[in-house]
Design a protein around this ligand. Structure first.
Ligand code: ATP
Length: 514
């Protein structure tokens, strides 16, 4: 097993053991690709939402929030193109009866070729040492060149087959590349066919009158259909944005990798409405801005990269992903899309209502263009716990697992721990806890040796532990222990709120710069 997979299994187990994430309906053996967030997971999720909401809505004068319903008029999905084009190509292996996304099988194959190139470069770099000229090697080594050429030619065929919906060609490509089913090892494939990812259900109590409705596959459409309501009632002027956090549902063909790809998940989306012709400028702006948001959490820059799309969705004229290096490799975390006026024009056509904006500066009416930023809340959660999970060997030879969650996002900010359960320490501890609980999510714990209590707090990522000891009773000072360094300072008890607030603040002078 490769190291990443090993770590990933440990992270999943840790998330369960410490109340971050449980499989849904576990007593009934769970449900594929549906998960529940436990006591610490719910806190972390709320904190991520707050971090996103504040940096979008509160810190930008021209962005406001919205909370639209999950159910929408069925024609919304006809207009948006989801009824006709929100499909993934699926293919079944006849021997294992396992179902795959045909495009993912090919993408995985391409990723393996990329890996081969990187291995070749790594080997050569070790062989040649300091005199290694990587650029030259990449440009001249015959094996690297052959694989590069193969990647390019497969990508060309793959992209055009997808764009033109030539599913037979996709199957041929899978056969030619000799892609085998990871379960059965056979290359005995069915034909590829399109599968619509929207969940549908019936609305209404009488079956004859009931109409088919969909569970929204993205939150964006709730923003589009409300954009004029918000613009008029909020007296918004272009450019302006509308942000929304909410559930989305997709009947994913292959749901895998824990909470990376689920059938019920949450999105944090922002649609930014701009004057036509200015979308490129705003697209570049939001690409930069969103990367800055990620980096402000203090994770290494090397963990993130942009991936510009070759194949654009039917609504976009430019699109890029921010990819994060999960334990299973670099994968999409967030999408930034220049969606043109596609959606608003379509809603105008299907609804028969004008969706134009009157621009007081130019005295013209027009349908705005839209630049969207769309991030999966659950994927962000996974990125954070993957990056935070650390196994450490300590100086005394013992080991600890510490979740280095950015303090501003940590589920519990402060643990209040009386050193021993007597001499008035629990009473003093309770007194401090009762003051702090109005400002921060706190834990109070008096059971077990102090070292074990520290470990438990490390494992859920609590940035600060306050310990009440004999000195507290004498002079009113406590120790404050920092999670990552384990360093302890002594401070007066009444200073705790200020010290903690300053250290976990989202303000630029604090730990996180938004
Ligand atoms: P993918 O290519 O991984 O299927 P996508 O390109 O279809 O994703 P978008 O439609 O751009 O995704 O959705 C925006 C964001 O929503 C994604 O960047 C991702 O973070 C999140 N997301 C999409 N599908 C899922 C899912 N099934 N489970 C969890 N998060 C998801």
């Amino acid at each position: 097993m490769i190291k990443g997979e090993d770590t990933f299994k440990k992270i999943i187990a840790h998330c369960k053991e410490y109340g971050f994430i449980f499989p849904s309906s576990e007593i009934y053996d769970g449900m594929s690709a549906v998960y529940d967030y436990g006591q610490n997971g719910a806190e972390l999720k709320n904190n991520i939402k707050e971090y996103w909401w504040k940096s979008m809505v509160q810190y930008h004068e021209n962005i406001v929030g919205l909370d639209s319903a999950i159910f929408m008029h069925p024609t919304v999905w006809k207009a948006s193109g989801h009824v006709d084009a929100f499909n993934d190509p699926l293919i079944d292996n006849k021997d294992s009866k396992k179902r795959y996304r045909a495009d993912v099988l090919i993408e995985d194959h391409l990723a393996k070729l990329e890996e081969k190139i990187e291995k070749e470069v790594e080997k050569a770099s070790k062989r040649f040492g300091d005199s290694f000229d990587e650029k030259m090697f990449r440009e001249t080594n015959p094996r690297v060149l052959a694989n590069r050429e193969k990647i390019q030619s497969v990508t060309r065929r793959f992209v055009s087959a997808l764009e033109e919906n030539r599913l037979a060609d996709i199957k041929t490509l899978i056969e030619e590349l000799e892609i085998a089913c990871p379960v059965s090892g056979s290359r005995n494939w069915t034909d590829a066919r399109q599968f619509n990812l929207m969940f549908s259900t019936q609305m209404g109590s009488v079956s004859e009158d009931a109409s088919q409705v969909y569970l929204r596959p993205e939150t964006a459409q709730g923003i589009f259909v409300n954009y004029l309501n918000v613009q008029k009632t909020g007296r918004m002027k272009l450019p302006f944005g509308i942000a929304q956090i909410g559930k989305a549902f997709r009947n994913e063909i292959v749901a895998r990798q824990f909470i990376f790809r689920m059938r019920e998940f949450e999105q944090m989306e922002m649609q930014f409405f701009v004057r036509p012709g200015q979308e490129k400028e705003w697209y570049d702006y939001w690409k930069k801005e969103r990367m800055r948001w990620h980096l402000a959490l203090g994770f290494p820059a090397g963990k993130f990269r942009f991936h510009d799309h070759d194949k654009l969705a039917h609504y976009a004229n430019a699109a890029a992903d921010i990819e994060f290096e999960f334990p299973f490799g670099f994968k999409e975390l967030e999408g930034i899309h220049s969606r043109t006026d596609y959606d608003l024009m379509a809603h105008q056509k299907f609804s028969g209502k004008k969706l134009q904006y009157f621009d007081p500066e130019t005295n013209e009416s027009y349908v705005p263009y839209v630049v969207e930023t769309s991030i999966g809340l659950d994927r962000m959660f996974l990125a954070i716990v993957s990056q935070a999970y650390t196994e450490e060997k300590l100086e005394d030879g013992s080991e600890r697992v510490v979740m280095r969650i950015p303090p501003a996002l940590a589920p519990v900010k402060v643990a209040v721990l009386p050193l021993i359960k007597k001499d008035g320490m629990p009473e003093k501890g309770r007194e401090i806890f009762d003051q702090l609980k109005y400002d921060f999510n706190c834990h109070y714990e008096e059971k077990d040796a102090i070292g074990r209590r520290y470990r438990r707090q490390d494992a859920i990522g609590t940035p600060y532990c306050i310990t009440i000891d004999h000195e507290t009773l004498e002079n009113g000072t406590v120790t404050i222990r920092e999670r990552d360094s384990m360093a302890q300072d002594r401070i007066p008890a009444e200073k705790i709120p200020d010290v903690v607030r300053q250290r976990i603040s989202l303000r630029p002078a604090g730990n996180v710069q938004v």
